[in-house]
Design a protein around this ligand. Sequence first.
Ligand code: ADP
Length: 560
Amino acid sequence: MNTSTITDNILSARYLRKGEKTFEDICHRVASALASDEKDRELFYEAMTSLRFLPNSPTLMNAGTEIGQLSACFTLPVPDSIPGIFDAMKQGAVIHKTGGGTGYNFSHIRAEGSPVRSTDGVASGPVSFMKAFNAATDVIKQGGRRRGANMGILNVWHPDILSFITSKKEEGSISNFNISVMVNDEFMTLVRDRKFDEIWIKHPVTGVKVTVGEIWNGIVDGIWKNGEPGVLFYDEINRHNPTPGLGDIDITNPCGEQPLLPFESCVLGSINLAACINEGKFDEELLDDTVRMAVRFLNNVIDANVYPIPEIEEATKKTRKIGLGVMGVHDALLMLKIPYDSPGGRKWCGEIMHRITETAVEESQLLAEKLGTFPEWEKSTWKERKVRNAAMTTVAPTGTISLLAGCSSGIEPVFSFAYTRMNTVGKTFFIVSPVFKEALHSTLSEKGHSGDELKKREEEVIAHVHDTGSIQDLEWLPADFRSLFKTALDISYRDHIEMQAVFQKYVHASISKTINMPNSAERKDCEEALLAAWTLGLKGITIYRTGSRDSVVLSLGNSE
Ligand code: ADP
């Protein structure tokens, strides 16, 4: 195993700027660009170099450089006109160029087959335009650092919903988009009551009718076959919209953790919970200090940011939303010896997230005392508290920054405790989780193994994990060890959803998480998961059934 080599590789490929050689150089540049005083500069630098807090990739790449675009998440409106649609495409291209991802809701575009007055023609519908956005993304390479990412959303009450749901049926099509259906409570209630024959929409021109059952089966079938579409819950998102006076929310960023108003953007940053553990104990004071520092950090980003277009600057500065999240959650649980899929695991996570959000709100209040509330505070739900930011917490995927920090990503359970990873130049690395390795060593020692025999046993277990991803079938290992070291695929999908729900209870925005299912899962499991997600108050859900797509980024044995 060689985690640091991988880290070096990611760094040089993505974050190092001219003249920079080390991770410390990057942290120095970022801290200097963002701190408002010397004390914070030191705090920002220390939190990043100790890998306890990292901002999203665009901040690491662009802070203190000419590009200066620091946010990961953007949402753009797409109106129902040719100039409007292509304006959105142009705005998206500019954002991709600087490393941001864009979310669009295509529901304003009139249905396929509708009349086009000026030309006497017929409209080609939202799906055809989504393909054009996809092609545009292909040609923007983001300076070779990230491939552009988009979210495409269609409301369940749009007449083209069936063709949208099946638009990614062919593997590899519209590959620069994640797609999600925005459902509402009315639709979900009909599904729950199994009113599948009810007519849900009628095409305004052709008169074609679509039933609840056709749409629901389309969604479930798509998920079962290849993990898409995702599902977003419109009413739940809007029940928690912090600024209802500025309009409803019907768009999210590419990975779904940020439901935002049109033209808003959000900068993310994540605290590595595993780095808040000292000698087996979770350091709550260190967490509180880190949260306060992170809120000031992210709030400063809003002012230091170079916005790609004026509309985005205006919308972002009206609400000043920031996205503070967590990573290394599973690692922290393992270090504290609490199983992820247990009542104790959920309790601990709920308490920690509650604490993070409360502390973040307090810090935002302090900022408001000094600098004033966010401009649209009067139109917000923050009646009791004067805060600087309309929303503070979220859970990002932390895809790259968790690799950099060497911790488990976001709130996801570890995928495998041993795997091979290939870097961008094709070199492979055999990686074993250090927490697992250490715990295995002491468990086997306690069982009386020693010397060469102990070493042989360790190697045997690690090879088994590498090949199968699990230790659950190694019955000779102690039961408590096995129940602690469960991986994403050992954990039932219900436990995945419950963990997401625990975090969602305390998180202001939304959560990026994949609900993993085994390959043997059936369509009815997907149905049950979607209904559970709605009932438990999630704002969105992404399900992936193992092996349902040919190519996945991380798989057992050899992975990309
Ligand atoms: P990182 O770990 O690199 O900071 P995350 O994996 O946490 O990023 O993703 C956070 C958000 O950044 C995503 O929800 C999405 O909005 C945006 N994003 C992620 N990957 C890309 C990409 N390749 N191109 C553009 N935006 C991206």
